[in-house]
Design a protein around this ligand. Structure first.
Ligand code: PLP
Length: 384
């Protein structure tokens, strides 16, 4: 426990004293919690399920509801181009958090090393630490994968490489070529990749999301993780999944059974119609995010001391801020002066220092100007 820190996105909004005066509401852009609504068809499926006596009020099969596993396998085949058996190769979990945690617990023995991108999502290092493993961070080069650096970081203790595509916080969408180089590395060093594809729908400017498991030779070396929180605005429902070779899913199942037995039954029932019936909702949502992204690109350009690149995917700007302050102090100062809560970049890895992550998951277009205005006002006061 001593090596594991609290999760920065959960604690970013704590202790913002001057805003207790109630003059202006706190604007929290620290998390990727969509402000849009869950698709109506998903809600309707849950409401119908709840009316049925007993069936969705009980534990489900610990692998997950059969109809949900089938829908996941269908989607992975049709959209991601990789076939999984819903009986033995899919595990439904309480959000992707649980899928990642259980996956790491299943493969990491105390002292094992796990490669993690620097910067990448805040939870991986904590989960690796809780499994007794050691995170070895490999810095992105100009936001791209540095295959030579990954190679150099491999030791006889390296068990896995965990990363997200698109990347949180940089928004990088990894190309087929980058991913093919990862597959070569996995094979050469007998390493498992745990790939978190939760932002797969959030890719812009005509880019394609490529699923690592779909590349030749990858399937047996990849644990594919995804969920409904982002693309279907279902963060509170806690439904996600892992798909992978049956030996690994079987191991994960044991941990999952002891940990939670099964995810919420009626939430699973709702999720089971998302892939087949809510495609239009996802298209509209991604278009909304794209408009926010483009508006922010213009608005942020006018803020002195801030530099950034246009995100290729996901829902964040990863702002480099030349303030002279470390990122935690900077984020706290901005929050207490302007009530604008951003995530300190250092939480995503050492190379994230001097950065702030600015999420547009819950920033309506009408408030883009206000949010950027608060940032500019805070920086003007802080930075000489
Ligand atoms: N993976 C990444 C990269 C995330 O950014 C997040 C949430 O911010 C999650 C996973 C969590 O997803 P879930 O709600 O399915 O646990």
């Amino acid at each position: 426990m001593r090596s594991v820190q609290p999760k920065a996105t959960n604690t970013a909004a704590e202790g913002i004293p001057s805003f207790e005066r109630g003059e202006r509401e706190v604007l929290s852009l620290a998390t990727a919690r969509p402000d849009l609504d869950t698709p109506a068809v998903v809600k309707a499926a849950v409401i119908a399920a709840i009316q049925i006596p007993h069936t969705y009020m009980t534990y489900t099969a610990s692998r997950g509801l059969p109809e949900l596993r089938e829908s996941v396998a269908l989607k992975l085949g049709a959209r991601n181009g990789v076939a999984y058996d819903p009986e033995s190769e899919v595990l439904i979990t309480a959000g992707t958090h649980e899928a990642l945690y259980v996956g790491l617990q299943a493969v990491v023995e105390p002292g094992d090393e796990v490669l993690v991108l620097d910067p990448s999502w805040v939870a991986y290092n904590g989960m690796i630490g809780l499994a007794g493993g050691v995170a070895r961070m490999v810095t992105l080069r100009d936001n791209r994968l540095d295959i030579d650096a990954l190679k150099r970081a491999i030791t006889p203790r390296t068990r896995a490489f965990v990363f997200n595509n698109p990347n949180n916080p940089t928004g990088t969408v990894f190309t087929r070529e980058e991913l093919a180089a990862v597959v070569d590395l996995l094979a050469a060093h007998d390493i498992l990749a745990i790939v978190d594809e939760i932002y797969e729908e959030f890719v812009y400017d005509g880019r394609q999301h490529v699923s690592l498991a779909s590349l030749p030779g990858a399937r047996e070396r990849v644990l594919l993780i995804n969920g409904y929180s982002k693309a279907y605005a279902m963060t509170g429902w806690r439904v996600g999944y892992a798909a992978g070779p049956s030996w690994l899913i079987d191991r994960m199942l044991i941990i999952h059974q002891h940990l939670i037995s099964s995810p919420c039954a009626f939430a699973q029932k709702g999720a089971s119609v998302a892939y087949s019936e809510a495609a239009e909702h996802v298209r509209a949502m991604v278009a909304t995010y794209d408009r926010r992204r483009l508006l922010l690109n213009e608005a942020l350009a006018a803020v002195p001391k801030v530099s950034y690149s246009l995100p290729e995917g996901a829902c964040f700007y990863f702002l480099r801020v030349d303030s002279g302050l470390d990122s935690a102090t900077l984020a706290k100062t901005i929050a207490s002066r302007e009530g604008l809560v951003l995530t300190p970049g250092g939480a995503f890895g050492p190379s994230g220092e001097r950065h702030l992550r600015f999420s547009f998951a819950a920033l309506p277009e009408a408030r883009v100007g206000e949010a950027v205005g608060r940032l500019a006002a805070a920086l003007e006061a802080i930075v000489e």
